[in-house]
Write a protein that binds this ligand. Structure first.
Ligand SMILES: *Cc1c(COP(=O)(O)O)cnc(C)c1O
Length: 420
């Protein structure tokens, strides 16, 4: 597909996102903070509204029609997600609040019960805090040790470094698929293959990959995979954990309460079957259903198409950023055609604080993020307290990249002038 056709695709989908058509400080909004959260298409908003207007009832207690409809829609959303990631069965998809809760589920259920003093967890220096802190908490309780995969000279995942860390002591590898700061796409298939050869389980943080590229968990062969609904056009308050059925079956429950039990007695309880064993309490029913609508929406456009278009945007973004003076972009360079890197760039401009940049850009209607992006350890490696980050999605256009880069250059000129 050519750039022109894809451009038409982005322009075509924008009508589906009401929020994009507004002005901020009198300027038309350019939303470039998609790695923090994506915007929601009308189909998702309609699904939420439809649920609360027509079907609202608690699930799995099918005493009346509304409850039956709510249950069917909620479980239907699970089927959609299972199909979207090509899970072997619907029992392998557990609804959680977000990716963070999904990682905590694995940390507390599997980690706490399987790790012993001296066992090693391998993660990488580029992880989101969500994939650091739960493991640090579990390591403290179990005596397990965390090892960090370093970066290559190009600020990419160091596969050779990973191979050096992998040993008979390794019990778990938990790494991000696409870094929310470096934008690198990590060689997860290779990591999983090498880990499995040693009998080591692997968790993949797919928060920044699932919204942007086709994911097939069976082909990838990961043991667990986590994602957040709000970054893939769904609502906040819902995410999911994928796990291989045999592994999930062997794991004890994480949270206890209603929904996750089979029978309860004064002196104990028996667990419900998968997936309910891990879904204690009333879930985010409407949000899960709306996430199902988001999956339908993405599927209809086609993840291949989204990925191909975002590669073109990446190539264009990096060509434009190359014109910006004194810019330091973190992470590897994409190839000429935008391959090998996600459509995002965390950067610093010498002498200008990231938060000043984002504030001034906001005055021009351009929304970018500044801060540590929940990757403080990584920023420390770069001797940076934070950075600014621009992150794109399939509804972003070339014109928006132009506006962003133009305003960024004007802002740098402004600072250069006042600093004389
Ligand atoms: C956003 C993100 C998370 C955490 O997602 P939550 O929705 O906050 O739970 C974890 N990892 C990566 C790479 C992310 O981008």
């Amino acid at each position: 597909m050519t750039a022109i056709q894809e451009k038409t695709l982005a322009v075509k989908v924008r009508k589906d996102f009401p929020i994009l058509h507004q002005t901020v400080h009198g300027k038309s909004l350019v939303y470039l903070d998609n790695a923090a959260t994506s915007q929601k298409p009308i189909a998702v908003l309609d699904a939420l509204r439809h649920y609360y207007e027509q079907d609202n009832a608690n699930v799995h207690r099918g005493a009346h029609s509304l409850s039956v409809r709510a249950t069917e829609a909620y479980e239907g959303a699970r089927d959609k997600i299972a199909k979207f990631i090509n899970a072997a069965s619907r029992q392998e998809v557990i609804f959680t609040r977000n990716a963070t809760e999904a990682i905590n589920l694995v940390a507390y259920s599997w980690g706490l019960n399987n790790l012993k003093p001296g066992d090693e967890i391998i993660t990488s220096v580029m992880e989101h805090h969500s994939n650091f802190v739960p493991w640090q908490m579990i390591a403290k309780q179990t005596g397990a040790v965390i090892k960090y995969v370093p970066l290559t000279k190009n600020e990419d995942f160091d596969l050779e470094g990973f191979k050096c860390l992998l040993s008979d002591k390794t019990k778990l590898v938990t790494i991000v698929h696409v870094s929310n700061t470096l934008g690198c796409i990590n060689p997860v298939e290779e990591v999983i293959k090498l880990s499995h050869e040693k009998g080591v389980k692997v968790l993949i943080d797919a928060c920044q990959s699932i919204p942007h590229m086709p994911i097939d968990v069976q082909e990838m062969d990961c043991d667990w995979l986590v994602a957040s609904g709000h970054k893939m056009c769904g609502p906040s308050g819902v995410g999911f954990l994928y796990g291989k059925q045999a592994i999930l079956e062997a794991m004890p429950p994480f949270l206890g309460g209603g929904e996750m039990i089979n029978e309860v007695f004064f002196d104990g309880f028996t667990c419900g079957e998968l997936p309910h064993k891990f879904e204690a309490g009333t879930p985010a029913i409407g949000e899960a259903i709306a996430l199902g609508a988001a999956v339908d929406y993405l599927t209809e456009i086609g993840m291949d198409k989204i990925y191909a278009y975002e590669e073109e945007l990446t190539a264009y973004l990096f060509r434009k950023l190359a014109e910006v003076p004194q810019i330091r972009i973190y992470g590897p360079q994409p190839s000429q055609d935008g391959k090998g890197r996600a459509a995002l760039a965390a950067f610093n401009i010498e002498g200008i604080h990231g938060s000043d940049l984002s504030t001034l850009l906001d005055h021009e209607g351009v929304a970018i993020r500044s801060g540590h992006h929940c990757t403080q350890p990584l920023h420390r490696l770069f001797d940076a307290s934070g950075s600014a980050r621009v992150s794109l999605y399939f509804y972003n256009t070339y014109e928006e990249i132009d506006r962003f880069v133009m305003v960024l250059k004007e802002t740098i000129d402004f600072f250069t002038n006042i600093m004389g």
